[in-house]
Ligand binder design. Structure first.
Ligand code: G4P
Length: 526
């Protein structure tokens, strides 16, 4: 197989949804199809084992949210799928947004009784900014659901997206009989309670096929024909180009927990979802089948195994091929590194990567050299630009219960900052650290992680600070500014100066006094 055909097989995607719509269940069933797990329930079981191991996950358990994201690779038919999991809760949106920078398409899961919910909308907007192709899976058809027409209408109206049914539900709730696969002209009957087995579709020659009457009662068949007729009249035809440009979404109906409609979704992704797409860099766009290897770090996760204190950089390969032992340049530092211990993420395990190609995600263990947004390459020194960075919106002070642990706390905070879990500032004066996050729940998770992973009980306390802005500019001017405002200056984890403003007047005055300095709400991670 040529490199190009290897790359073309890849489907790297994420599932976006509001909590409880069924993302975990769908993931589990997708992995089941991929043969990556033998029994359904494994994803949850694994999650539970992990929770039992580390206390901070209790926060996740208690609040019913998923905090950590991960990567799962599996094969199905002719494709290799890389599924990137994203946390659903809005406080963890930074992580989610960055993960979305590493996928080529998304599956949007909706609860059939609820339609579009707040978090679905937010995540959808991020996908739209990237013109990302989105397939829609309307889940829980085995329960009382909204009418399929109003669901389609809701997607179309709320998201300003053309909808095309890829399958059509036959009944719902207790009367749910199955779906008609409009793409492959198959009747898929719903077999309640057979969640772990795969039912074969019944091939038909269209909705007029007499065979249908053998499987469906008259009234259900009449309704199906009528509704599909109407849907075809109301919706445009599936247009691959429109889907790839992110203006049209194929809609699948199903019931993840019953493993229903999942195969059709997976087949649809195989057939239509994009293979790895080009990625933007400062210098130019980089195509996946370029010979030279290039990649970017979109996520750092520290202490995946608390026993080993490891830190994994999640790296999306943009072009070329990775081979074990390969030497690559870390563009930010200019250093060359030989990579022998890259990891691949299979559904249940991590294993050492021998090879990987554009579209794949590899994990690089490191001790802090790699940061979010970093580019790695064997070719020219490019810098990828797609990984977003966020302004810290809420600032709190943190101090250890035991003052003797201040130094340890500093190291823990530095690691968490590099992981992208929070922004950490060390004021020039005073002994406290200031931590900036996007959502308040992040403080609870941070406190819990610092306590369980670093054995340092800490307290977060509100500050009267309004905002933190990075200050850049001419070195002499910057020194003058820093010297004149020492009480309000801090350093971030990279040592860059940050202005801690007490109020907007304070901030405006600083800007007026130093009009030639740049005040930045976010710092590019490149
Ligand atoms: P999430 O990751 O998006 O948060 O959702 P998750 O898969 O955990 O599913 C949320 C709840 O919805 C779970 O119930 C799950 O069993 C249920 N569910 C998922 N898919 C379907 C479906 O197709 N039909 C029906 N009827 N329910 C579905 P739970 O009671 O919260 O958890 P559990 O005790 O069942 O594990």
């Amino acid at each position: 197989m040529t490199l190009k055909s290897h790359i073309d097989r890849r489907r790297t995607f994420a599932i976006i949804s509001h909590p409880d719509a069924g993302k975990t269940t769908l993931t589990e069933k997708l992995l089941l199809f991929g043969g990556a797990i033998q029994m359904a329930g494994e994803v949850k079981a694994r999650g539970e084992r992990r929770r039992a191991r580390s206390d901070w996950m209790k926060v996740e358990q208690e609040r019913g949210i998923s905090v950590a994201s991960s990567v799962m690779t599996f094969d199905y038919e002719d494709h290799t799928f890389n599924l990137l999991d994203t946390p659903g809760h809005e406080d963890f949106s930074e992580d989610t947004y960055r993960t979305l920078s590493a996928v080529d398409s998304a599956v949007m899961v909706l609860d059939a009784a609820k339609g579009i919910e707040a978090q679905t909308l937010k995540l959808f907007e991020v996908c739209r900014l990237r013109d990302m192709p989105i397939a829609t899976f309307i889940n829980k058809m085995d329960r009382e659901a909204k009418d399929p027409f109003s669901l389609l209408d809701e997607v179309e109206q709320t998201l300003a997206l053309d909808v095309v049914p890829a399958s059509w539900p036959i009944g719902m709730g207790r009367d749910f009989l199955g779906c008609y696969d409009l793409i492959r002209d198959q009747l898929i009957l719903f077999d309640r309670g057979k969640g772990d087995t795969l039912t074969q579709g019944i091939q038909c020659s269209g909705l007029d096929d007499a065979k249908l009457a053998e499987y469906l009662p008259d009234h259900a068949l009449d309704t199906l024909r009528e509704e599909v007729d109407m849907a075809r009249g109301l919706c445009p035809e599936f247009d691959l180009q429109a889907y790839l440009e992110g203006t049209q979404t194929p809609v699948f109906f199903g019931s993840a927990i019953n493993n229903f409609g999942v195969r059709e979704l997976l087949a649809g992704l195989g057939a239509f979802a994009p293979s790895p797409r080009p990625a933007p860099a400062v210098e130019r766009a980089v195509a996946p089948d370029e010979a030279k290897f290039s990649a970017f770090v979109f996520k750092i996760q520290a202490n995946m195994d608390p026993k080993h204190r490891d830190r994994i950089a999640f790296v999306r390969i943009v072009s070329g091929q990775f081979k074990k032992g390969m030497k690559m340049t870390h563009v930010r530092s200019g250093k060359v590194m030989a990579v022998h211990n890259a990891q691949l993420f299979l559904a249940q395990d991590r294993e050492i990567a021998e090879e990987a190609v554009a579209g794949d995600i590899i994990g690089l263990p490191n001790h802090g050299t790699l940061r979010i947004g970093d580019t790695l390459t064997t070719g020219e020194k490019i810098r990828f630009t797609g990984v977003p960075s966020f302004a810290p919106e809420i600032l709190q002070k943190v101090r250890p219960d035991d003052p003797m642990k201040a130094k340890h706390l500093g190291r823990a905070l530095e690691q968490l900052a590099e992981e992208g879990a929070a922004r950490v500032f060390k004021p020039y004066l005073g002994s406290d650290w200031v931590v900036g996050v996007v959502g308040p729940l992040q403080f609870d998770v941070l406190a819990d992680r610092i306590r369980t992973e670093y054995q340092i009980p800490v307290k977060f306390e509100p500050t009267s600070l309004l905002t933190a802005e990075w200050v850049e500019g001419d070195a002499r001017l910057l020194k003058q500014f820093v010297d004149g405002n020492r009480a309000s200056i801090a350093e971030d984890h990279t040592g860059a100066p940050v202005y801690l403003a007490r109020n907007s007047w304070h901030l405006d005055k600083a800007k007026d006094d130093f009009p030639d300095l740049r005040f930045l709400k976010t710092k590019e991670e490149i």
